[in-house]
Design a protein around this ligand. Structure first.
Ligand SMILES: C[S@@+](CC[C@H](N)C(=O)[O-])C[C@H]1O[C@@H](n2cnc3c(N)ncnc32)[C@H](O)[C@@H]1O
Length: 237
């Protein structure tokens, strides 16, 4: 049987696959490509850090992931080089201006005070470095059909919201960057994320888990739409 961390890692790796084209673009904007210092805030099991290590290979000086959840960090460090640090992103345990790239991915929706966390991310970014919020959802804009799938998705939305998630943070990212003092901000919404049958099955599994519902029947003769609009933003400090 798979461990909880393996399950989480599988999910995070799938999400990382959807957002990879954005990262390829983001990396092309990095002002330096040697001796890179990189930090992922809320790194989970390290799915993206693994990808970054293979993209930049010999060009990384320091790669670091931080998270509040120790078990995920232990898993991440078993699969990655680099330093993994347990901490709360409301107080990032690094001195000012030390990273060329600071990013997060499906993360700000989970924190208590996204503005405070984002300002911490900016603080530890070097002047000329990039701060990137790679993917955050906006559940109020969801496009889900037909009605039975929509009902399940609405229940999930309610559960996530009840757990304190900032479920509509995605479309506020421009404002977040602007209020942190950035003016040259690249902000956008992903084109509909990959939505083939296996992805849908995966998402339904997650919705059933979140909502504690027992069952959802997929019919081969029905066209399903499942799109939770997802946004990104980045800027150079
Ligand atoms: C949905 S996961 C995303 C993991 C990773 N960024 C990825 O996309 O593969 C969100 C992560 O944020 C972490 N987290 C939530 N609140 C946090 C906080 N205040 N400080 C640091 N990590 C936090 C959780 O423990 C979890 O690992």
């Amino acid at each position: 049987m798979k461990s909880l961390q393996e399950d989480l890692h599988q999910r995070y790796s799938l999400q990382a696959k959807w957002t990879k084209p954005f990262r390829n673009y983001l990396f092309s904007k990095l002002p330096v490509t040697e001796n890179l210092n990189i930090l992922e805030v809320g790194c989970g099991t390290g799915a993206i850090l693994t990808e970054i290590q293979s993209v930049f290979q010999g060009s990384i000086k320091l790669i670091s992931g931080m998270d509040v959840y120790r078990d995920s960090l232990v898993f991440a460090s078993s699969k990655n080089k680099g330093s993994f640090i347990q901490g709360d992103a409301h107080l990032i345990p690094f001195v000012d201006s030390c990273f060329d790239l600071v990013y997060c991915h499906y993360f700000l929706l989970w924190v208590q005070n996204p503005i405070e966390v984002f300002l911490e991310m900016v603080r530890v970014t070097k002047k000329g470095g990039i701060c990137a919020v790679m993917a955050e959802p906006s559940y109020d804009e969801m496009e889900v059909e037909p009605a039975d799938l929509q009902n399940l998705a609405l229940k999930q939305k309610k559960v996530l919201s009840g757990k304190g998630a900032n479920i509509n943070i995605g479309n506020t990212l421009y404002k977040l960057f602007y209020e942190a003092g950035y003016s040259d901000i690249e902000f956008g919404r992903y084109k509909e994320l990959e939505s083939d049958q296996s992805y849908l099955i995966y998402e339904i599994k997650q919705m059933l888990l979140d909502t504690k519902e027992n069952y959802f029947e997929l019919h081969s003769n029905v066209n399903y739409t499942y799109n939770i609009p997802t946004y990104y933003a980045f800027a150079m400090k």
